[in-house]
Design a protein around this ligand. Sequence first.
Ligand code: FO1
Length: 339
Amino acid sequence: MLITVLAGGIGGSRFIRGLQRAVESAADPSTITVVGNTGDDIWIHGLRVCPDLDTVMYTLGGGISAERGWGREDETFTVRDELADYGVEPTWFGLGDRDIATHLIRTQSLNAGYTLTQVTEALCQRWQPGVTLLPMSDDRAETHVIVDDPAGATAADGTPLRRALHFQEWWIRYRAELPAHEFVLVGVDTATPARGVLDAISDADLVIFPPSNPVVSIGTILQVPGVADAVRSTSAPVVGVSPIVGGAPVRGMADACLRAIDVETSAAGVALHYGARARGGLLDAWIIDTADAASASEIEASGISCVIAATMMTDLDASADLARVCLDAGRGVSSSDRA
Ligand code: FO1
């Protein structure tokens, strides 16, 4: 069974670990392909950093900092502090000493002409994540956030001037507290899906949207030309897990992102945002938490079959249980909708 997961960072990685656990005990062997978001990627002090690819790789490879959810365990930040002592900006980005080894290899390999796909495959030789990890694209496409100028600059008529901040600066330095007017994926128009991405979606037996950020993670992957159409047309069931429980994101700041695109921060709001495949959208089924059971009928009315389950991935067993709910929902869709 080929399962393809479109994933961001922390939430996506946690879900995939549960999925691995769920399928390892299944009868027919499954292979998992992860299409990773690269809209978070950034050049920092001359190094190419790919936060969501690294979070998947480290989490599945056993090197992740459990406390932070990103970067390496047993990490130190000596180089970051030395750079700060030189007064070199940016100082707000937590560049870890162990993490730098990954970025040095990636930067040197990219400069030597290897693609991000090739570099990611090479880095995964060490980490053995147990999945095929593909960047959404080998082309540069970075999320920028349009905000009112943080320094308060205004135009002659007094209206605030707007600035485009790199997503990482908005997310880390400003903790997503600056209201986002718009997200712009710079370069996406000329980006193409990395080799294998479209096939992984078209040839899948199941496509999953884990509880990653629907705007700046899964939404970013879907903006790469060809990806959303591949999801719409795949013969595989498409099952998603709500990242919003009880009107709030389980983790991260998806509410700040959803507000920027006028999507209600709710399990139903995100489902309707993705839309029902039966009506030209992306989803066949949507898994919501028991806390949001009241919104099941609204979701069903939109053409998306709704499954109510415990979606909090408090530990590996909970993540595996959630993954099993997705596998069952996929089977349910394939039998009913394709009857
Ligand atoms: N997130 C933070 O909140 N603070 C940081 O200093 C930080 C540094 C960092 C370094 C490498 C890396 O791979 C991820 C890092 N993250 C940090 C997480 C990063 O901002 C992610 O893009 C977000 O968590 C969204 O996925």
